[in-house]
Design a binder for this molecule. Structure first.
Ligand code: SF4
Length: 343
């Protein structure tokens, strides 16, 4: 029988495994802690008896993803990673440096099936879901490479996390667990393009995370062009789900809005968006678009961005323009994977 990978085992699974080895359950907690401190060698787990280390070495291992490529910004310390998975698929993650510490932005799928017209991650569709262990590995690898714990995690890389729901929930639990990453739910953000049934489910999980909804348009006509998911879950239904989420969780929702030149950045769009979001406990994050090679969309010019922001603010909508990080390595999300991938 092959060795078992302990990365990606829940604490309960680890306890069951230790029981099979004839060991007490508390050993599982010790091993779990070591794994999420980034250790992969059983000999380094100094509180384990030698006999157990021997048993573990003969029957188990702890996997770790490899850094395949790394691009570091000279401007602000942002680092873009391309990680190689066990099956040789590759995914992108980003480390951003802030005054409070580092934030890890990680992927939830290899590729993405959602087909958003402005996004490189979806070109070529989805290859597969990532396991929660592979999501955790991205954070661990960033922490190890930075020699620093992540203060915040955003699940905003390639993939639609709510289509990988069960793995996402396990990942959120391990991020929050005091035995593992110990990151408060309020310092975790999940981004979705608007999968309504899972937004409803997420609102019942009792996990006070930040939910970011990619809106990118103030009406169905524009959103249908930019985001095919809108044909399945149109904008007003999506907003109803968001209201339900806000009422259930008492958490503010962030709406992501990528400003695209002459597509969704007019003053009329800003007025329409203000009307749509009026009286909603929300924040709007305006994002200057990262152009993707070969597609027709361009970013709005800075004066248009400011005008758009001003209209929302004047209408009482909490709004900020996302600070650009690592603009010297600004290949849009998904482009690196596409240029480096052989599969
Ligand atoms: S924007 Fe997000 S949901 Fe849309 S295709 Fe890209 S990764 Fe997928």
């Amino acid at each position: 029988m092959g060795k078992i990978d302990l990365k990606g085992c829940t604490l309960t699974q680890l306890q069951d495994y230790l029981k099979e080895l004839g060991e007490p359950a508390f050993r599982a907690k010790q091993i779990f802690k070591w794994i999420y401190k980034g250790y992969t060698q059983f000999e380094q787990m100094t509180d384990l008896p030698k006999g157990l280390v021997k048993k573990l070495k003969s029957s188990a291992y702890i996997s770790m993803i490899d850094i395949y490529k790394k691009y570091e910004s000279d401007l602000d310390g942002t680092v873009k990673y391309v990680f190689s998975l066990k099956d040789k698929n590759i995914v992108e993650s980003v480390k951003m440096k802030y005054s409070f510490g580092i934030t890890a932005c990680i992927s939830s799928q290899v590729g993405c099936p959602m087909g958003c017209a402005f996004c490189a991650s979806t070109i070529g569709g989805v290859v597969r879901n990532l396991s929660w262990g592979e999501m955790a590995d991205q954070v661990l690898a960033i922490e190890k490479d930075s020699n620093q714990k992540a203060r915040r995690v955003v699940i905003m890389g390639s993939g639609e996390p709510l289509l990988n729901y069960d793995e996402l929930i396990n990942f959120l639990k391990v991020l929050n667990s005091p035995l593992a990453f110990n990151i408060g739910y309020r310092r975790i953000t999940v981004s979705t393009c608007g999968i309504i049934p899972e937004i409803i489910n997420l609102s019942k999980e009792n996990m006070p995370i930040n939910l970011a909804v990619s809106l990118h348009a103030p009406n169905n006509d524009i959103r249908n062009v930019l985001m095919p998911i809108n044909k399945r879950y149109p904008i007003l239904q999506l907003l109803d789900a968001c209201k339900y989420y806000i009422i259930n969780t008492k958490r503010r929702i962030t709406f992501e809005y990528a400003l695209i030149d002459r597509i969704n950045d007019s003053e009329e769009c800003a007025q329409e968006l203000s009307e749509l979001l009026k009286n909603l406990l929300c924040h709007v994050n305006l994002i200057p678009l990262n152009p993707v090679d070969g597609n027709k969309f361009n970013r709005s010019n800075p004066s248009q961005v400011r005008k758009f922001e001003r209209i929302l603010l004047n209408n009482g909508i909490s709004t900020t323009v996302r600070r650009e990080m690592g603009s010297d390595i600004e290949a849009a999300c998904g482009q690196l994977r596409r240029s480096l991938s052989t599969r």
